[in-house]
Ligand binder design. Structure first.
Ligand code: DMJ
Length: 774
């Protein structure tokens, strides 16, 4: 019925807008939901749908698309359609006219994606223009430097299938090269990967690591590439990562992001909905126990909020309230049911369907939830709802006889398209990289429940899964703060925590151990500060939980005291030269020494980088900074020393740029650059501090325009504009919503001939989904 609704109201647009009963168009891309017809045993409808795709689809549109999404949704859809078309043709009744047309279209699309791989690393650019490719001015893309790990690591199934179906080896080669590069770049001591990576240098841009947004399907594709292609190196890589995931990220029943360099430290206190696919992957791996535990925890979150919120905290409160009808939980439910045969999972499926009907169903389809708390809707129904959610829910309840082919002969792509396993023995001409030497034997205690098949794993013990779920029965409800009265009493009694806030050092392993016991997690922020969060549920005992609360109380008092001492009005660095003309104003921190900009006239001048860049010794390029505002990097010596060195070289001011990659005034409070404890009256020039994100705007501007003039002042000078107000609109939903400041990157692009700033807003999946021209 709902497939028909899509055709009736939306076709040939990409997706249905279920509230307004219209089609959502981004380009005439092929239907992304072909395979469903066959799975649902609607063979005739499948045949019609294929004909429509062949008749109406044009792949040569001037549209910038995500390489990742186009691969998993469009290329995967075409290949899945082709796989089932040839299966049906062979059966002799349907699709007799079919002559590999979908495959030809897939090949055409594959070639269109290849220019994205033109990087030294072999990692693809995140986006490509289907008509103009990349980097040409008309392409409007190709300036990106970063991509997400999943974006670069979720290609091998579709690309290898394309190569093996067609004999054109290039696709599989490119996908393998990207995977090889990611594997090389894994953090060697933790064996984890970060969320985003620079496609040119291979440096990790976001060094947090989990199994959800931005990484998820990289892991999925390593294991599935082994299944589809039979190449041991993929399994070895997967097992190495899996061991690291189970060691650091899996904190049953939670899966919590950590830092790749400091994997014992949590990077967040919330989880995202995308990680709900992980129990399903664990089933494929054969590690059933943690799969049951995490799935059970997620199910309780769903029962509490009706849907899995886009993100939820470790005490199961809503963190991001949207729910775009994501299918991951249904996917895991299906695989767990297959593995255990426990009818409990049918009940789970029933609840999912009831909630969808009750809260998301609208006359034209199912609408995404804008806010699971209020039940409000968004006018969108993503293609994954049909491609994945419907398929997994149908398959959960389907008997073997309901499906006209043997689903065990296929592997599900991340978008639930089906690729035949016989591809493993077809056109195997791709040379495999020998990684065996790098593979070290693992402690396989994590794999106790490993089993090589997805048949019913515990036929003789139907209560097995239940016995694992039982202790977790109330995990979500239990997480509400407990023992408040007792804690207050013990506060009154004046008891002290085992570690005093004023003594705490984030680098002391013993302190970290105590923190862990008290249920306090340490989160390293991008700007180098640390954030502490306590969850009583994670403490070793209720006494430890109380100690944790006392410690946090002390910490709050201590930091509010420190903040009072540090409060300062921000200063500004304004770029005034062509083509910015004062429109870019960067928030800056003042110094406790040098010219006080709040009392004196602002300082205006061209900028020049000092040599050495840290400004910690006499400058070797005084002629370059003379009469200019010197740029100096933070670190290695006192701020005052830097100021003296640039002043001696003749600079009229200085800007210190943070050496902490990714720091920004959006996310970190400004601070005052302190003196060196001595008399700093000799420093006469003004000094300002910029976090790295703001600093790189100036550095990028120098790279592109060479001559960059700035104004250092106590506030932005009015040049017709008092500042820049930005609204971020979701490409997908058209809705305005707040994005996290750290999700925003700034780029200058000279190719358009007029001054502007591109701002990319990363979606949850790490996709660069929006740009704005000023
Ligand atoms: C799907 O498009 C894919 O499963 C992808 O790997 C991540 N999640 C979305 C749906 O939520």
């Amino acid at each position: 019925e709902h497939f028909r609704a899509v055709y009736e109201h939306a076709y040939p647009a990409d997706e249905l807008m279920p509230l307004t009963c219209r089609g959502r168009v981004r380009g005439q891309e092929p239907s992304r939901a072909l395979t469903q017809w066959v799975v649902l045993n609607k063979t005739k409808e499948f045949e019609d749908a294929v004909r429509k795709v062949l008749r109406d689809v044009n792949l040569d549109n001037d549209v910038v698309v995500s390489v990742f999404e186009t691969n998993i949704r469009v290329l995967g859809g075409l290949l899945g359609g082709h796989s089932l078309a040839i299966m049906l043709k062979e059966k002799g009744e349907y699709m007799q006219w079919y002559n590999d047309e979908l495959l030809q279209m897939a090949k055409q699309l594959g070639y269109k994606l290849l220019p994205a791989f033109n990087t030294t690393s072999g990692l693809p650019y995140p986006r490509i223009n289907l008509k103009f490719g990349i980097r040409k001015p008309e392409a409007r893309t190709g300036t990106e430097t970063d991509t997400c790990t999943a974006c670069a690591g979720t290609l091998i199934l579709e690309f290898a299938a394309l190569s093996r179906f067609t004999g054109a080896t290039i696709f599989e080669e490119y996908a393998r090269k990207a995977l090889d590069f990611l594997w090389e770049k894994r953090q060697r001591s933790s064996n984890l990967v970060g969320v985003t990576i620079n496609i040119h240098t291979g440096d990790w841009v976001r060094k947090d690591s989990g199994v959800g947004a931005g990484i998820d399907s990289y892991y999925e594709y390593l294991l599935k590439a082994y299944v589809l292609l039979g190449d041991d190196s993929f399994l070895e890589r997967f097992n190495t990562h899996y061991d690291a995931i189970m060691r650091y990220i899996s904190q049953p029943p939670l899966l919590l992001d950590v830092h790749i360099h400091k994997p014992m430290l949590n990077a967040r206190t919330w989880m995202d909905a995308l990680l709900a696919f992980f129990p399903g992957l664990q089933v494929l791996k054969g590690d059933i126990r943690p799969a049951i535990e995490t799935h059970e925890m997620l199910y309780q979150v769903i029962k509490k909020h009706n849907f899995l919120p886009e993100a939820f905290t470790t005490d199961f409160r809503v963190h991001w309230a949207q729910h775009p009808l994501r299918p991951e939980f249904a996917e895991s439910t299906y695989f767990l049911y297959k593995a255990t045969g426990d009818p409990y999972y049918l009940e789970v499926g029933k609840t999912l369907i009831e909630n969808l009907n009750k809260y998301a169903r609208v006359p034209c389809g199912f609408a995404a939830m804008k806010d699971v708390r209020t039940g409000s809707h968004e006018d969108r129904m993503d293609s994954f709802f049909l491609a994945e959610m419907f398929k997994y829910l149908y398959l959960l309840f389907a008997d073997k006889e309901d499906i006209i082919f043997d689903i065990e002969d296929y592997i599900f792509t991340t978008e639930a398209h089906l690729l035949p396993l016989w591809l493993s023995t077809t056109n195997q001409s791709i040379s495999k990289k020998n990684t065996t030497s790098e593979y070290t034997e693992l402690d396989d205690s994590n794999f106790d429940w490993t089993c090589p098949n997805t048949q019913i794993l515990f036929p003789n013990d139907p209560l097995y899964a239940q016995s694992i779920r039982e202790p977790l029965k109330n995990v979500v409800d239990k997480s509400c703060p407990r023992g408040i009265i007792r804690v207050e009493e013990s506060f009154r009694s004046g008891a002290k925590p085992p570690l005093r806030a004023r003594d705490f050092m984030a680098t002391n392993p013993e302190h970290l151990e105590i923190l862990k016991k008290m249920g306090v997690s340490l989160i390293h922020l991008k700007d180098g500060r640390v954030q502490l969060v306590q969850h009583a549920i994670q403490a070793a005992s209720s006494i430890d939980a109380e100690d944790g609360l006392r410690f946090m109380q002390e910490m709050i008092e201590l930091s509010s005291q420190q903040q009072k001492e540090q409060q300062l009005p921000p200063r500004a660095v304004q770029i005034v030269s062509h083509p910015f003309f004062g429109r870019v104003v960067l928030t800056a921190g003042p110094a406790q020494f040098g010219l006080d900009l709040s009392k004196h006239k602002e300082t205006r001048g061209f900028v020049a980088s000092s040599k050495p860049y840290n400004g910690c010794s006499e400058l070797t390029n005084p002629e370059a900074v003379m009469g200019k505002i010197a740029l100096i990097q933070r670190g290695q010596c006192m701020f005052a020393e830097k100021a003296r060195n640039i002043q001696n070289a003749g600079a009229i001011g200085g800007i210190v740029i943070d050496d902490n990659e990714g720091s920004s005034s959006d996310t970190a409070p400004l601070f005052q650059m302190a003196g060196d404890g001595k008399d700093t009256d000799d420093i006469k020039i003004p000094m300002l501090f910029l976090f790295s994100k703001e600093g790189s705007i100036i550095l990028d501007a120098i790279r592109e325009y060479e001559e960059v003039e700035v104004l250092l002042s106590d506030k932005a000078k009015d040049r017709g504009l008092t500042g820049i107000l930005l609204y971020f609109t979701s490409w997908d939903s058209g809705e305005m919503r707040e994005s996290e400041p750290s999700d925003i990157d700034y780029y200058y692009h000279p190719a358009y001939g007029r001054p502007h700033l591109l701002i990319y807003w990363r979606s949850l999946e790490g996709e660069l989904s929006f740009s704005h021209y000023l």
